[in-house]
Write a protein that binds this ligand. Structure first.
Ligand code: ATP
Length: 320
């Protein structure tokens, strides 16, 4: 049985036409299962929002197919929209309305909404209802956006950079709220520039660059494809070590600014051999630091690969 709640197949999205055409999304496939949180990460301008807008039914795809809960989110909008919650990057609420008035206005458009007070309380804004939107802090405005996205009791929730501008404590409170929704079976698609947020929340994620998915999987799967790093100071006796003979090196050992760096495809094997070699020769490994690959490393690798490719802004007509 197909349990996908969100699917995209061969999704393309082009802005403009003719010689000014720009293909922002260049063949994206996504499958998000019920109750899963899927994070869409990417470099600036990678095409995350352009992808999300098509999934949300806010814009048509230039090519390809998207389905939300088995329906076309644009053509069958009336069937899908009541079951979705959408938190845009910038909701653009009228600044002169209060938070509670804004929430009541939205409440009036929904068929079986949460009570206004409950939605505001869910995001910690129960005491800010009487404050005009223009006077809310940036973080409070983000939380109001989230309250409205939750108000329809959605089965599928799209969160476009939900914690941008939030302080670390409010960010964690939002994570708890999102975890509670996942426990209730809500399916969430999230974009974020905070890798820590993706690590904390995502069941699976994709890293986009230049309109394509460059990496996809669980955090562990994505990180496993990267190399671990060992570093130590270029101190007494290091010259006696035969570093190039160490096992599982991903590249030749290098020294820069008095620090040696080794990259390894098997951290335990390389580190064990290094320590054995240091003990044998009596070399001191000052400031020794060994670390597994991180999501940040995978992200940076995507951006670096791309720097080499130089194809980020090829016109659509020239795209592969
Ligand atoms: N209306 C538009 N007309 C032309 N180009 C556009 C339009 N909207 C977006 N783009 C371009 O499409 C590309 C993808 O933009 P998009 O906003 O989807 O990226 P993103 O991954 O969400 O970026 P960010 O992380 O910076 O928010 C960018 O190069 C952007 O300049």
């Amino acid at each position: 049985m197909d349990t996908s709640v969100i699917t995209a197949k061969g999704l393309h999205r082009t802005y403009g036409s003719g010689k000014d055409a720009f293909e922002a999304v260049r063949g994206v496939d996504l499958h998000v299962r019920r109750g899963e949180l899927f994070a869409l990460l990417g470099t600036n301008g990678a095409g995350k929002t352009s992808t999300l807008e098509v999934l949300e039914g806010l814009a048509p795809a230039t090519a390809g197919q998207v389905r939300i809960l088995g329906h076309d989110p644009l053509r069958e909008r009336t069937r899908v929209r009541p079951r979705m919650g959408i938190m845009l990057q910038d909701a653009g609420f009228p600044p002169e309305l209060t938070a509670a008035e804004t929430a009541r206005m939205w409440h009036g458009t929904l068929s079986r909404p949460l009570p206004v007070e409950q939605a505001l309380a869910a995001v910690g804004l129960e005491d800010r209802g009487g404050v005009r939107v223009a006077s809310l802090s940036g973080g409070e405005q983000r939380r109001l956006d989230l309250a409205l996205a939750l108000m329809s009791r959605p089965e599928v929730l799209f969160l476009d950079e939900p914690t941008t501008g939030l302080d670390p404590q409010s960010r964690r409170t939002t994570w708890e709220l999102v975890r509670g929704l996942l426990d209730d079976g809500v399916t969430v698609m999230l974009t974020t520039h905070y890798l820590e947020e993706a690590e904390a929340l995502a069941d699976r994620l994709a890293i986009m660059h230049a309109g394509r998915v460059a990496r996809e999987g669980t955090v562990a799967e994505i990180v496993a494809a990267e190399t671990a790093t060992i570093a130590f100071a270029d101190g007494a006796g290091v010259a006696r070590l035969d570093l190039s003979a160490l096992p599982a090196l991903a590249a030749a050992p290098s020294v820069e600014r008095h620090t040696w760096t080794l990259t390894s495809t098997d951290l335990q094997a390389t580190l064990t051999a290094l320590l054995t070699e240091a003990a044998r020769t009596g070399a001191a490994l000052a400031d020794l630091d060994a670390r597994s690959a991180s999501l940040e490393q995978a992200f940076l690798a995507v951006a670096t690969d791309a720097d080499h490719a130089h194809d980020a802004r090829r016109p659509a007509t020239a795209a592969a």
